[in-house]
Design a protein around this ligand. Sequence first.
Ligand SMILES: [Zn+2]
Length: 306
Amino acid sequence: MFIDPHAHMISRTTDDYEAMAAAGIVAVIEPAFWLGQPRTFVGTYVDYLSTIIGFERFRAGQFGIRHYCTVGLNSKEANNEELAEGVMEWLPRFALKEGVVAIGEIGYDEQTPLEDKYFRAQLALAKELQLPVMVHTPHRDKKQGTSRSMDVCEEMGLDPSWVVIDHNNEETVKETLDRGFWAGFSIYPSTKMGTVRMVELLKQYGSERIIVDSACDWGISDPLAVAKTAMLALKNGIPAETVRKVTYANTLEVYGKSGQIQESDWLNPPEIDQRTLYEGNSILRGGREPRIEAPGARSRDSLIIE
Ligand SMILES: [Zn+2]
């Protein structure tokens, strides 16, 4: 069983959901992020948050995958102050909804003063609501930006054991772990962190506070990256318990602090009935046979890596 703790599923297809379920992915966490182009109204942002909390959760369930999300104002859109102010007003309401496991993904992109302002404001919100945090680290000036993100978390009084620093690489991992934060790794198909490099990191650092994710979105990315990393790691002699922690148990431990994600969610799953409607809509199209399974059927049949 795997959890993909960073997957932008609204950008993915039903084929992806089927492949993920077949590969043993039992749950995904969908962080709030940007859409590839800036949103220009607060209302579109609010509708987006409603979608990841509502319809996408339903859609995942139709393929036997449990869906959770994080809510937040991403760093890119923090640079539009009018939009940012509006989103900040709405966030506390969304943060307390069912299935919301953290504030995120938040942090820096270009490291501007406005990004800093809203990063801090959202860290304060997470602390107040006692929610974990998912931090997106910048792709430019990564090392310095990652250090600075952790500095700010500490300055704002967050407990590092409640904060996942995501998109780590070989340059940032040691400091992230030394300072007591969780270290997320996004596995991309060809560039940045790939499965081979991740396996090398597991050999070096083991499993403590390390989390593997796919960060799949609308770009070139792989929704099976977590499962593929696990397979490659096992093939390379990484102990099964290490693999289990970094592709499953660690995610459950840190985001479980929210009280919104627990193993029983997928060990005793509700039935799958693709005839079900969400606000009048189903995932079925023209004459397709619906999949209907009794509660728990999938969990018994699926590929389980112990
Ligand atoms: Zn992301």
